[in-house]
Design a protein around this ligand. Structure first.
Ligand SMILES: Cc1cc2nc3c(=O)[nH]c(=O)nc-3n(C[C@H](O)[C@H](O)[C@H](O)COP(=O)(O)OP(=O)(O)OC[C@H]3O[C@@H](n4cnc5c(N)ncnc54)[C@H](O)[C@@H]3O)c2cc1C
Length: 583
């Protein structure tokens, strides 16, 4: 077909992402009342709502202005590998330099190590906007913040001095090298070897696959965080150590020596094509131990909650972008007369007037805004866990965060992908072609369900390791939900009811699991979806309660959530109960 079939809808080669600043401010200022908490935390007591808005606005300008325009071209061009060198799509490296020059990499890093010391909550808003604009580009910085906090917590002073300033500033980027051909979800199968060397360092040998940004042309140096085994390592995950392995080794005179780290290939893949997913070979490469021998997973643990939150926010970022694209298209595209517009004399009405399309757009809005409230809540809980002035408050936040993060990671990424697919339907045939961006969003969003621990592994973590194996179980989360339900409001009774049903379902899983060891594994995914849906009810209950007249539409959206979307909780609950049957 020639390009004339686009005449009614001009070629849409530029993305039209508009940062959802008003909704972000609603969550930060009304839903969370975060500025009041910042005042109480010495780490953030100079920050106020106005400054936070300015940060979000500037971040949004960068994302919409510099990253979104590169998204479609990056997907078409992809990355190339020649003579071990990766070339990222046109514009990616320049955009990264602009990002570094503006100081964004250091946003949430501790000021003690050269960061701007802003709350993780603001970093969450930044991350959402980056992914909405360009998920592939976002991959290059995915591990940077986590690498900084891991080194800060566990590296020797010498490693910190040599590497941290370059990472915090974004001058160098980092990777996380876990996966090997035979070791994915099961890291106990890792074979990469580490040998102590005479110079006090180590020599690392082995092959890693699927390493995001393992090689790239955005930064001169790349700091790989590599999991490997020492010769005396006990079997299993308790025998894994963490090493820092730079691409270029800094010398005392300021020069660099190349390390024996090689990129042997980059994957051809379904989405995020502008992100180089690399097969890496370490050939007796020089490395340095981070933390204690055999305690590599513990050293990485420090970044686990924030890493999961960030991947969850990828689902939110995609849902937001899909909502914007679908709403704009449905407002313009006209087909058939609509029953809701009897007064219209037009030959055809915007498809937004047709009930099935309207439903999809409403779903997109309600899920996206609900996920934003929950995701930012999680970011704020992590800030409270680290910085709340009161020890009891920190403790409560520390108990909540590990329950919330697997839910955010799994539930958001699954919904993010499904919502992109729903949004594609709004475009009809146009959705299936590249120019309208939504088919790329469907492909790009899919990976977030797989990496950073697959969604199944997250579900097992929630139910088996946290809810059933630990004394407090789901109580910290239920307590938070019930705190909202205790304030009488339009939806508090419905929320209370679902808290009770979730608690009963949890108790009966716990008692049945005593005689059926596989039951939690059969129930875990639907249980996580049930928890996620009830968490969303919590989010919408509070949104409706705190919305002032400027956000009156929130009350409408909350009604739609409680009348329609929450019905899915019934479905997940029935499936959790049905998990008793073995198939
Ligand atoms: C684009 C991309 C980027 C990536 N970036 C990185 C990176 O930067 N660094 C890095 O180290 N890795 C990275 N990965 C690897 C990623 O983290 C792994 O693919 C992921 O951990 C899953 O491992 P696997 O692919 O070996 O699948 P497997 O572990 O083989 O799992 C296959 C399936 O079995 C399921 N499964 C496995 N065990 C269980 C169980 N006990 N119970 C229930 N279900 C189970 C899984 O959920 C999955 O559905 C990336 C992958 C991709 C595709």
């Amino acid at each position: 077909m020639d390009s004339n079939h686009y005449t009614q809808y001009p070629m849409n080669t530029q993305s039209h992402y508009a940062p959802p600043l008003a909704d972000m401010a609603f969550v930060v200022e009304h839903w969370l009342n975060a500025p009041a908490d910042w005042q109480r935390m010495s780490a953030f007591d100079t920050l106020n709502a106005e400054t936070a808005r300015m940060v979000c606005e500037a971040a949004g300008e960068f994302c919409a202005g510099q990253l979104a325009p590169l998204n479609s071209g990056g997907d078409l061009q992809g990355c190339t590998l020649q003579d071990g060198q990766v070339r990222t799509p046109d514009g990616f490296a320049a955009a990264y330099r602009a990002y570094v020059d503006a100081g964004w990499p250091a946003l949430a890093c501790d000021s003690a190590i050269g960061g701007q010391g802003l709350p993780g909550l603001l970093d969450a808003t930044l991350n959402e906007m980056i992914v909405s604009s360009n998920h592939a580009w976002a991959m290059y910085l995915g591990i940077l913040h986590g690498a900084c906090i891991c080194l800060q917590a566990h590296a020797s002073d010498e490693l910190k001095t040599t590497y941290l300033p370059h990472l915090v500033s974004g001058e160098w980027l980092a990777t996380m090298c876990l996966t090997e051909p035979q070791a994915g979800s099961d890291l106990s199968l890792i074979r990469t070897q580490a040998q102590a060397a005479d110079d006090g360092g180590y020599r690392i040998s082995g092959n890693k696959i699927f390493i995001s940004g393992g090689e790239q042309d955005l930064t001169e140096n790349i700091v790989h965080l590599v999991l490997a085994r020492l010769p005396d390592a006990p079997p299993g995950t308790r025998g894994i150590s963490l090493f820092l392995v730079p691409k270029l080794i800094p010398q005392a005179d300021g020069s660099f020596l190349p390390n024996a780290v090689y990129c042997d290939g980059i994957e051809k893949k379904m989405g995020i094509k502008g992100s180089a997913t690399c097969a890496m070979r370490f050939e007796n490469a020089q490395g340095w131990l981070i933390g204690q021998p055999h305690r590599g997973l513990a050293a990485m643990f420090v970044m686990m909650n924030s890493a999961r939150l960030h991947v969850g926010l990828q689902g939110l970022g995609h849902a937001e972008a899909a909502h914007q694209l679908a709403l704009a298209y449905a407002s313009e595209r006209r087909q058939m007369r609509a029953l809701v517009r009897p007064e219209s004399t037009a030959a055809a009405d915007p498809i937004l007037c047709h009930a099935p399309v309207r439903r999809i757009i409403l779903d997109l809005r309600v899920w996206t805004e609900g996920m934003r409230a929950l995701g930012y809540w999680c970011a704020h809980v992590l800030d409270m866990a680290a910085h709340a002035p009161d020890a009891g408050e920190r403790q409560s936040a520390q108990e909540l965060a590990p329950l919330l993060t697997p839910v955010i990671k799994s539930f958001f990424t699954e919904r993010g992908f499904e919502l992109c697919s729903d949004a594609l339907q709004v475009f009809g045939g146009y959705g299936y072609v590249h120019e309208y961006h939504i088919e790329q969003a469907v492909r790009d969003s899919r990976i977030a369900m797989i990496y950073e621990g697959t969604n199944q592994i997250q579900a097992l973590d929630l139910l088996q390791r946290k809810v059933l194996a630990k004394g407090a179980g789901l109580a910290p989360l239920l307590d938070a939900f019930r705190g909202e339900a205790a304030i009488t409001s339009e939806h508090s009774a419905a929320l209370r009811d679902w808290c009770d049903r979730l608690e009963v379902a949890t108790q009966s899983l716990a008692s049945d699991a005593a005689n059926d060891a596989e039951l939690p594994a059969r129930a875990a995914e639907d249980y996580l979806r049930l928890v996620g849906t009830v968490a969303l009810a919590f989010a919408w209950c509070r949104s409706a309660r705190v919305a002032d007249d400027a956000f009156a539409h929130k009350r409408e959206s909350a009604r739609y959530f409680f009348d329609h979307v929450l019905l899915s909780a019934e479905h997940w609950l029935r499936r959790v109960q049905a998990a008793r049957h073995v198939y």
